[in-house]
Write a protein that binds this ligand. Structure first.
Ligand code: NAI
Length: 287
């Protein structure tokens, strides 16, 4: 039977987590937002408030709806405080398998028996995450796009053991959030990053080989292919560390050199030039 979802816990309040909490609260769900330290949560709440202000200015949200939505979000630095009554947990912590495995093992212990455990992972196997729990049929991928309040798609990823009821609940919830869910199977990078990351990587190779400047590469893809944003600007938005992590997974798991991360991407990540979040990536966001 499909689970009715009223209470959601979001683990990780960074780029993606605050957006997921935002859309859930705006749709009337009770949200517990969990992160490691209070300042991260304060920053996330401030971001959500700012993004809702933007919606108010556009007339997409009233002041009253905004304050009600914000009132539905509580925060916790201890995961056991946040997840005990959750119908659904959405994990949005960094893209590192060992972190996710540890978290899901713990969530399996801390959440009600019937709760669905979802991961926003970009590339890590849902099947492998699920195998760490005693409820693999209730583990699923719920891959939101960045920025979450704006982007339509939720890629819903079925692990090998994910059951129909769990999939149906997550598809239905995604629609209730105003999104369009698309069901895909668990394979490295799913559909979105399997197709997107090689394009970004190729754009970085083109830059490294001196084919063109970053602005030129992005303009070709924007005006020539009708992409709303060029691949290098998109990589900066996603975070270059996240892009590198995803390419490493594709390269390792699919075992094909066409997914090898460009050395220039590694160099930027090593330098801490991670894109928008650090002020500098392929483009400069300082000032
Ligand atoms: P981020 O680095 O912006 O945020 C991660 C947050 O998780 C941080 O606030 C960190 O303090 C917190 N955190 C770390 N360990 C934790 C733990 N054990 N418990 C609670 N909180 C913890 O990362 P971002 O970009 O939001 O990515 C999160 C996930 O979403 C990753 O799996 C990523 O691949 C995926 N994703 C990212 C997209 C993007 O464009 N950035 C797009 C779609 C998916």
């Amino acid at each position: 039977m499909a689970t009715e979802i009223k209470r959601v816990a979001v683990i990780g309040s960074g780029t993606m987590g605050n957006g997921i909490a935002h859309v859930c609260a705006q749709s009337g769900l009770e949200v517990a937002l969990v992160d490691l330290e209070a300042p991260f949560l304060e920053k996330a709440l401030a971001t959500i408030g700012k993004n809702m202000d933007r919606q108010v200015k556009k007339g997409a949200l009233s002041e009253e709806e905004k304050s009600k939505a914000l009132g539905r979000i509580r925060t916790a630095t201890d995961r056991s405080d946040g997840v005990g009554d959750a119908d659904l947990v959405v994990e949005a912590i960094p893209e590192r398998a060992e972190l996710k495995y540890e978290l899901f093992q713990d969530l399996d212990r801390l959440t009600p028996e019937g709760a669905i455990l979802a991961s926003n992972t970009s590339s890590i196997s849902i099947t492998e995450i699920a195998a760490r729990t005693s409820r693999p049929e209730k583990v699923i991928g719920m891959h939101f796009m960045n920025p979450v309040p704006v982007m339509q798609l939720v890629e819903v990823i079925r692990g090998l053991a994910t059951d129909d009821a769990t999939t149906a609940s997550v598809m239905e919830l995604s629609r209730a959030l105003g999104k369009t869910p698309v069901e895909v199977n668990d394979f490295p990078g799913f559909v979105s990053n399997r197709v997107l990351m090689p394009m970004i990587n190729e754009a970085v190779f083109a830059l490294m080989e001196g084919v063109a400047e970053p602005e030129a590469i992005d303009t070709v893809m924007k005006l020539g292919m009708n992409h709303p944003m060029g691949p290098l600007a998109l990589a900066d938005l996603i975070g270059l560390d996240t892009c590198l992590n995803i390419l490493e997974v594709l390269h390792r798991e699919l075992g094909d050199d066409r997914y090898r991360p460009c050395p220039l991407l590694r160099k930027y990540v090593a330098a801490g030039w991670l894109g928008r979040k650090s002020g500098r990536g392929f483009h400069d966001y300082r000032g």
